[in-house]
Design a protein around this ligand. Sequence first.
Ligand code: B16
Ligand code: MG
Length: 226
Amino acid sequence: MTNKIPTSREFAFIFDLDGVLVDTSKNHFLAWKKLAQKFDFELTEKFNERLQGVSRLDSLDLILEAAHVEIEKHDKLKLATEKNIFYLESIAELNENDLLPGVLDFLKEAKRIEIPIALGSASKNANLILEKTGISPYFAAVVDGNMVTKSKPNPEVFLKAAELLNYDPKRCIVFEDSIKGVDAAVSAKMHVVGIGTRNKLNEADLVFRGFQYFKAYEIINWYTIM
Ligand code: B16
Ligand code: MG
């Protein structure tokens, strides 16, 4: 008798990056907080939820609006660059140990059962983070902030990932930690698993607090019998 490995090509997985695979959400938060001090704006964790999954320039616009600061486009670009410098400094030592609990085992299992995997992130630093944490080889396709023009909740980033994988959106399962990211997946007509709390990610089909609490094959089984 052969030990046949079960395979699943029925569905593809699309992962968000910050806050799903790596705990870089807090680095973004602290970098924005430091920048916002320049114009005496106290950036709270609650306000930060509005920035999750949102592009760098759109995030800056939200902060400037809340702080009642009006500046020229040229100065906005300078501030966005400054924030990115703070952010890059804070992730200089990032490595495989910074992957969130259960992520590596989950990716390994998904690969073993042959589920195609893509990244759908708003971050322009996504490839750098995949390299630093050593998980690049798991991704058949990477769509990052350099490849899209519209921020989540617009579905562009996920639709592009599905296109690169050559999968129908209805056969894609997105893993997301942000409200806007969940909304983007829903509007792409994809399935969506929330990483966080049901309270926050109300529109997701399933919600788990982290990848250590479920297996890739359980997700596939759940959507297969749905
Ligand atoms: P960058 P995700 C998003 O990544 C972050 O959630 C968001 O806070 C950040 O502003 C955005 O990437 C842009 O990142 O400044 O590195 O280009 O959650 O979509 O993976
Ligand atoms: Mg995220």
